[in-house]
Design a protein around this ligand. Structure first.
Ligand SMILES: NC(=O)c1ccc[n+]([C@@H]2O[C@H](COP(=O)([O-])OP(=O)(O)OC[C@H]3O[C@@H](n4cnc5c(N)ncnc54)[C@H](OP(=O)(O)O)[C@@H]3O)[C@@H](O)[C@H]2O)c1
Length: 293
């Protein structure tokens, strides 16, 4: 091997090995993403509210650093990013994955629970990204992946808190994209359909207490329907994790990725619905300018 070939191989190897920083890695999708990144030869900073649980779930590796991080705690996010940089020197891929599900009819979700949803799945990604961006800017490279949901593009009954947080996080991530693109930083929003994780277990889902008689029967039916879906979801989180590894290798990762055939269907339905809504009152919509404009 000539010196030039040797240098090229070394450069390729360096380019191929990334440092991943993942939130909520102690169970569910986060564990699968951490495992897939390690299997691909990357270094992984796997974070969670319990670092012991993270190591147990992901498995020991010299390429793994487990760090305590509750995403609702901005100073803990800064400390976790610092620990990542001290150990691996950089952060190439941040995966905002941690999440939970506050389900229920809007009138029955307490304001405290509604806020708790937003704290975790909207402000959580912002806390961690705010901590990681200075590192990525200094590198002039990086990818911020935010696991949203199809509930980030379509709302629905029982989903007001969850969808509000996911719509919010999408608006934020989409707006962030052009702000940081000049520094070589990309953003990718991932909208999973139904994946078989622990999201619908009592550890992650909190149903609103039934308090209003008018909703009682629909609450009973809707809770039963959601509970019956637990363990039956079609999506395989290990396959999604592998897909994310591939997408992170692209020079131009997509701004949005529909994760799962069901998600592709939701995208199509949403696009059609928006077009229909724009067309439905096109004349009235288009008649709102000042007369002299
Ligand atoms: N599974 C699906 O069908 C689906 C569909 C669309 C979107 N998603 C999204 O995918 C992401 C991952 O969810 P999942 O399906 O893997 O659910 P999961 O199996 O319930 O895992 C949720 C993970 O988030 C962590 N977490 C929750 N609150 C946290 C906090 N404040 N700080 C740090 N970690 C926290 C949990 O850690 P603890 O063990 O400490 O609780 C756990 O590791 C979420 O953003 C979710 O909204 C999932």
């Amino acid at each position: 091997m000539t010196e030039q070939e040797y240098t090229t191989v070394q450069k390729d190897e360096m380019a191929a090995k990334q440092v991943w920083f993942i939130t909520g890695a102690g169970r569910g999708m986060g564990t699968d993403i951490a495992k897939a990144a390690l299997a691909a030869g990357h270094a992984v900073v796997a974070t969670g509210r319990s670092p012991e649980k993270v190591v147990q779930a992901v498995g020991e590796s010299e390429n793994l650093l487990a760090v305590k991080l509750d995403v609702t705690d901005a100073s803990a996010a800064e400390a976790a990013v610092q620990a990542a940089v001290e150990r691996f020197g950089r952060i190439d891929v941040l995966v905002n994955n941690a999440g939970n599900f506050y389900a229920g009819f809007f009138e029955e979700i307490t304001p405290e629970d509604f806020r708790a949803q937003i704290e975790t799945t909207m402000f959580g990604p912002m806390n961690v990204t705010r901590a990681a961006l200075p590192v990525m800017r200094a590198q002039r490279s990086g990818l911020v992946v935010t696991i949203s949901s199809t509930a980030g593009i379509v709302g629905g009954e029982f989903l007001s808190a969850y969808a509000a947080s996911k719509f919010g996080v999408e608006g934020w991530a989409e707006s962030l994209a052009p702000e940081v693109a000049p520094f070589g930083i990309r953003t990718m929003i991932v909208e999973p359909g139904f994946f078989r994780t622990e999201l619908l277990t009592p550890e992650s889902t909190r149903y609103a207490e039934p308090t209003i008689y008018d909703y009682a029967e629909r609450t009973r039916q809707t809770v039963a329907a959601w509970q019956s879906m637990d363990g039956q979801q079609g999506g395989d989180p290990a396959k999604l994790a592998d897909a994310l590894i591939k997408l992170a290798e692209l020079d131009e990762p997509p701004l949005r990725f529909a994760a799962g055939a069901d998600a592709v269907g939701v995208f199509a339905t949403r696009a059609k619905a928006l077009q229909g809504q724009a067309d439905a009152h096109r004349g009235l919509s288009s008649s709102l300018a000042h007369d002299d404009a």
